[in-house]
Design a protein around this ligand. Structure first.
Ligand SMILES: *[C@@H]1O[C@H](CO)[C@@H](O)[C@H](O)[C@H]1NC(C)=O
Ligand SMILES: *[C@@H]1O[C@H](CO)[C@@H](O)[C@H](O)[C@H]1NC(C)=O
Length: 378
């Protein structure tokens, strides 16, 4: 903690506390060792790490015996990874591709976790990474998250995820309140989104492994997705792709559950926005969805067809900015250096800045106007 504090004084940004927890390990060791005949269980055994730190997020320890009785510890083996053979294909499950799901979390929603459990992509190919703030609220969320992880990772083998990493972020939360209203105030947005960029970068750079083919960013307040989310997004074979993020709500005049757009960060650029950007000071940023600053960009949110119109959920449109509520990225894009700028990058920050950076690296970003994920309704 002393180290963390002094780094913070030195204006070091994100200090990830030594809270790298691979809880799964413990539960595997404690769980009854009844041999499971299933194929995945066998694959998990094959996949087990010789050493608990190589690589750091592997959950399972191979039964050693070797050297343990003599008190000698054998060094971890050298593992070779050929990144040229690491693919991100349109049929990732068939190719055995590893997916890393990353979630910055301020609050734990049971619906988020339940939705995660329902994902049909083979769980032994999914690693989870979380980052939570070191605040009172963050502590509560961490406790709830750990309880959920413990429950799942000691449950049926096929439901268990390959590994789970939980990070705590030790810098002062820029805003006191996580309330919807406070969070969305225009003045607060720049500070909030720059802090979020740092959280995302810390999480990404700490967890991206040599076997990761895909990174799925999934916000903690996404409570409903199709169970085939990973397969559906991957099948488009795009470097960066986002579904449309909506919210369900009760309309008291129609007395029915309806839905409305939620995430306005996925868009196609406009001449107006580019003109605005030209006139801005170098540290100013353009934000979407605020009456104070109309950009006239074309928003993915408003490209959606009506709910029961039978529109093609796999319709693709190219985008210039993307939101991060659900965001599928080929790991290569991140490995090439695309991250979430915590500083104005072409007057953009966080996920919109990420889209710009991916573009500058030669990748294209895509959106699915008629494929939906749903945000929690506060
Ligand atoms: C990845 O794709 C390349 C070229 O198509 C292929 O040669 C290689 O075997 C693939 N790697 C894996 C692990 O499937
Ligand atoms: C509820 O439904 C009515 C009728 O369709 C609509 O005019 C109104 O905007 C809806 N309310 C909200 C809060 O969206």
């Amino acid at each position: 903690m002393v180290v963390a504090r002094s780094l913070r004084r030195n204006n070091s940004v994100t200090w990830v506390v030594a809270g790298l927890v691979t809880i799964v390990l413990i539960f595997f060791l404690l769980s009854p060792s009844a041999p499971s005949p299933s194929l995945t269980a066998h694959r998990r055994q094959q996949d087990a790490a010789e050493h608990s730190l190589s690589p750091p997020t592997k959950p399972f320890l191979k039964k050693s015996g070797r050297g343990s009785s003599s008190g000698k510890r054998t060094p971890p083996p050298v593992v070779r990874y050929n990144l040229n053979e690491l693919n991100s294909t349109a049929s990732p499950a068939a190719a055995g591709e590893h997916v890393l799901i990353l979630t910055p979390m301020a609050r734990f929603y049971r619906e988020y976790w339940d939705n995660l459990l329902k994902l049909t992509y083979p769980h032994e190919l999914i690693s989870l990474g979380f980052i939570l703030p070191k605040t009172k609220e963050g502590n509560a969320a961490t406790a709830a998250l750990q309880a959920a992880v413990a429950e799942t990772q000691s449950g049926p083998v096929d439901n268990r995820f390959a590994s789970v990493t939980i990070l705590r972020q030790d810098f002062d939360s820029p805003l006191e309140s996580q309330d919807e209203k406070e969070r969305h105030k225009y003045e607060n947005q720049k500070i909030r989104r720059q802090a979020m960029s740092r959280a995302r970068n810390s999480l990404l750079f700490t967890t991206l492994g040599p076997a990761t083919s895909w990174v799925l960013w999934l916000d903690a307040d996404i409570v409903e997705t199709p169970p085939t989310l990973i397969e559906d997004l991957a099948r488009h074979d795009k470097p960066v792709i986002v579904p449309n993020c909506f919210q369900r709500y009760y309309n008291s005049s129609t007395k029915r559950m309806e839905r409305r757009p939620y995430d306005f960060n996925s868009w196609q650029d406009s001449a107006t926005a580019q003109e605005l950007a030209k006139q801005m000071g170098r540290d100013e940023i353009l934000l979407e969805g605020y009456a104070e600053l109309p950009t006239y960009r074309t928003l993915l949110a408003y490209m959606a067809a009506d709910e029961d119109s039978g529109a093609d959920p796999h319709l693709e449109v190219q985008l210039d900015g993307v939101g991060g509520t659900a965001l599928m990225v080929k790991a290569q894009v991140h490995r090439d250096g695309a991250m979430f700028p915590a500083f104005p990058f072409y007057h953009l920050v966080e996920t919109e800045g990420f889209a710009k950076m991916a573009r500058r690296l030669g990748y294209t970003c895509w959106g699915l106007p008629n494929y939906f994920v749903y945000h929690y309704n506060e």
